[in-house]
Design a protein around this ligand. Structure first.
Ligand SMILES: NC(=O)C1=CN([C@@H]2O[C@H](COP(=O)(O)OP(=O)(O)OC[C@H]3O[C@@H](n4cnc5c(N)ncnc54)[C@H](OP(=O)(O)O)[C@@H]3O)[C@@H](O)[C@H]2O)C=CC1
Ligand SMILES: C=C(/C=C/[C@@H](C)[C@H]1CC[C@H]2C3=CC=C4C[C@@H](O)CC[C@]4(C)[C@H]3CC[C@]12C)C(C)C
Length: 653
């Protein structure tokens, strides 16, 4: 099978190649329009074929009850755009209104009205989120679901993937074309065209306003599900909500499926993705087996453990600073319908650390997570996928609108008298994965403070859950200041051996509870790969079936922002989301102190969050050796600046 070779192309070589698994090389297409036309014509043929064959199962969009609910929600949603527009204006959108408000006669009339509106949106956030953000979110999701459903409807029967591959290939050509046109048009820097308010972080990159934007998130579909190779090939704009829905329906799931519905494959690979199965499988990117990338030169490169392995190892964490990811192969595993969840309430800090660590080291557990509620109390949750609920077992369908927020449900187990056996319940698998979506972890309590009362849950919560992106989009200037000075959303990845020390420091500096603890195997993605390039000695081969494999000493290869702990593989993601209660708390100073600690213990800062690190400190925290080489090899130049240029404090607002 011919392989793509970026270096060859960079030297002016041309080739007609085939990507692995028969994926046609998009660069081989004579022109994008021809490819599109081909794809379109094949799509038509395929549609006919599928309806003739009668084997194509069309997914039911909504149940009758769901449709009724949707109708009411859509009614609410109709009012939303008008109000949303006004809010956008208040939060500095819309040049027309700006000029109107500057007008000597119109200004004095409009400005007070806008101020009033802004105050309402700021100080009555709960009402605003309920009456406008939630229905708008439902409408948004419904439109997306409709689009995805219609796309899937056009597709040929399961098993025939050629049409999807063709469509994907045509889309990649469009990405190539965009890059070439942007560069020819004088763009000196490139980033994705994804608007900042859609990104799963508190802030948006200021560079989005000035750099050339490449539309890659429009590539948002599943290209194929290969149950023989146990791989799903997916485009970068596909989100976790859609992926979990499609896979679980077919009896499969991802090894690591991050919990918020709107997280995208592209963002999770180029940033980092974690879930409660990460103690077993590592980060989201560690479960990927291949990437397709369009370089700033416009060339397409395929990489995996056998081809361009250096690129393969470097794409994770690179934040789009090597190329644009257009597809990824991700491992899938058999899904079981339920998660048997055991809640271990812990009443001392030592117990919180011990029970969590024991559970994290046991690969017999499919999911491990802890929520700390105070410095000394927490609940460790241990989940195992099961085929059925035993007689007498309690099923908890968490996604029902009237259910209490998950973190409050978990806290209730601390009220049980010490000595009572651990509580066990059975959660439908998809409900388990998205358990923190409805309450946005626990951030919703600061947005809709009355959202967990019985009357709200039963009579109002059916309206829907506010989407993070619409909350971001409707953040007023005053709110922004409040969020920036009085709130944190930070994840710090520390070796498990430093957990107690980390908890003490976080308590001292931040005092944010609940505090999220999630174990993770910190491996260089991929293991064992760079050894044959003579960078470092070969790493020990990991045996995933070994119950204690997380503790096999492994020499991680150099580069790819890898951890400097040869023998330390188990890390903990400590996630502090909320309003710090520590009297010491001062946003910038506290962040500096915490980051200093993380550097000391050779941990990592999650880069979706704020960082105060200087370029030098950043390079110290993340090993850039391989990264620099790869950027040189693929002649990235200044078109894609370094990671720090995209994540430093000044690059986001
Ligand atoms: N459980 C979890 O793992 C959670 C993770 N997160 C964080 O959220 C982020 C993911 O959020 P999401 O909104 O999906 O992603 P974002 O839009 O925030 O993208 C994250 C980074 O990846 C880059 N990127 C995204 N797609 C591509 C692509 N196709 N090619 C090249 N670069 C790309 C972006 O570049 P650019 O700036 O140019 O757009 C950006 O630097 C992750 O970084 C993750 O750490 C948040 C919540 C939970
Ligand atoms: C990285 C992890 C989890 C992170 C989440 C808890 C945060 C990621 C993005 C955060 C948010 C973005 C924008 C918001 C709009 C504001 O108006 C309100 C706050 C928020 C909803 C905010 C809340 C926290 C996040 C969702 C882990 C799992 C690795």
């Amino acid at each position: 099978m011919a392989r793509n070779n970026a270096a060859h192309r960079a030297n002016g070589g041309s080739s007609s190649t085939t990507m692995p698994n028969g994926l046609p090389d998009p660069t081989a297409a004579s022109s994008s329009s021809t490819t599109n036309a081909n794809a379109r014509s094949r799509r038509t043929t395929a549609t006919t074929k599928s309806s003739n064959a009668g084997t194509h199962v069309r997914p039911a969009l909504f149940s009758p009850a769901g449709l009724a609910l949707l109708a009411v929600q859509t009614f609410f949603a109709l009012a939303t755009p008008i109000f949303g527009l006004a809010v956008l204006v208040v939060s500095k959108g819309g040049n027309v209104i700006k000029s109107l408000t500057a007008h000597p006669t119109a200004g004095p009339l409009i400005n007070p009205a806008l101020d009033l509106l802004a105050d309402f949106v700021t100080y009555h956030r709960g009402i605003f989120a309920t009456v406008f953000v939630a229905p708008a979110s439902v409408a948004w999701d419904a439109v997306e679901a409709l689009r995805d459903w219609m796309y899937d409807l056009q597709m040929p029967p399961v098993g025939d993937v050629s049409v999807r591959r063709e469509i994907h290939a045509a889309r990649v050509v469009q990405v190539q074309r965009q890059i070439r046109e942007l560069v020819a048009g004088g763009a000196t820097r490139l980033c994705t065209a994804r608007p900042g308010f859609l990104a799963m972080s508190m802030k948006a990159g200021t560079y989005k306003k000035h750099w050339g934007g490449v539309e890659v998130h429009a590539l948002r579909d599943i290209v194929e599900i290969d149950t023989v190779r146990q791989i799903v090939r997916v485009e970068p704009g596909c989100n976790m909500g859609r992926l979990s829905r499609e896979l679980i329906k077919k009896g499969w799931t991802l090894e690591v499926l991050p919990e918020l519905d709107d997280l995208t494959v592209g963002g999770l690979i180029n940033g980092f993705g974690i879930e409660t199965s990460s103690h077993k499988y590592g980060l989201f990117q560690h479960t990927c087996t291949a990437f397709e990338v369009v370089l700033p030169s416009g060339d397409v490169v395929f990489c995996d453990k056998d081809n361009n392995v250096d690129l393969f190892a470097t794409i994770p964490w690179s934040h789009g600073t090597i190329g644009f990811l257009t597809a990824a192969d991700i491992k899938i595993v058999r899904a079981k319908p339920y998660v048997r969840m055991e809640y271990h309430p812990c009443r001392t800090q030592a117990e919180c650390v011990r029970v969590f660590e024991e559970a994290s080291r046991d690969n017999g557990n499919d999911f491990v997570e802890e929520l700390m509620y105070t410095k000394d109390t927490g609940v460790v949750m241990v989940g195992k996928m099961v085929d059925a609920v035993p007689r007498g077992g309690t099923v908890n369908v968490l996604s029902r609108w009237y259910k209490p927020w998950f973190f409050t449900h978990v806290a209730s187990f601390l009220n049980r008298p010490a000595g009572t056996p651990n509580a066990v319940e059975y959660l439908p698998l998809r409900d388990y994965y998205h358990r923190h979506t409805r309450s946005i972890f626990w951030e919703i309590q600061d947005i809709v403070p009355f959202g967990n009362t019985w009357w709200y849950r039963y009579f109002v919560a059916w309206v829907g859950t506010p989407k993070i992106s619409i909350l971001k989009m409707t953040t007023t200037g005053k709110l922004k200041v409040l969020w920036e000075t009085m709130h944190v959303a930070q994840d710090l990845l520390v070796p498990i051996s430093t957990l107690k020390e980390s908890l003490d420091l976080f308590h001292d500096e931040l005092t944010v509870y609940p505090l999220w603890l999630c174990p993770m195997r910190m491996l260089s993605p991929p293991e064992n790969l760079l050894a044959n390039r003579g960078e470092r000695p070969a790493v020990a081969v990991l045996d995933r079936t070994h119950p204690q494999h997380a503790f096999h000493p492994v020499t991680t290869p150099a580069g790819s922002l890898t951890p400097p702990h040869p023998a330390e593989q188990l890390f903990v993601d400590c996630g502090a989301y909320g309003v710090p209660k520590s009297p010491k708390f001062h946003f910038e100073r506290s962040l500096e102190v915490v980051e200093e600690f993380v550097r000391k213990v050779q941990g990592y800062q999650a880069l979706y969050a704020d960082t105060m690190l200087t370029r030098a400190q950043f390079r110290e925290m993340f090993d850039h050796r391989l990264y620099d080489k790869v950027r040189d090899r693929f002649q990235v130049g200044s078109l894609l600046p370094e990671i720090w240029d995209k994540v430093n404090k000044g690059a986001r607002s």
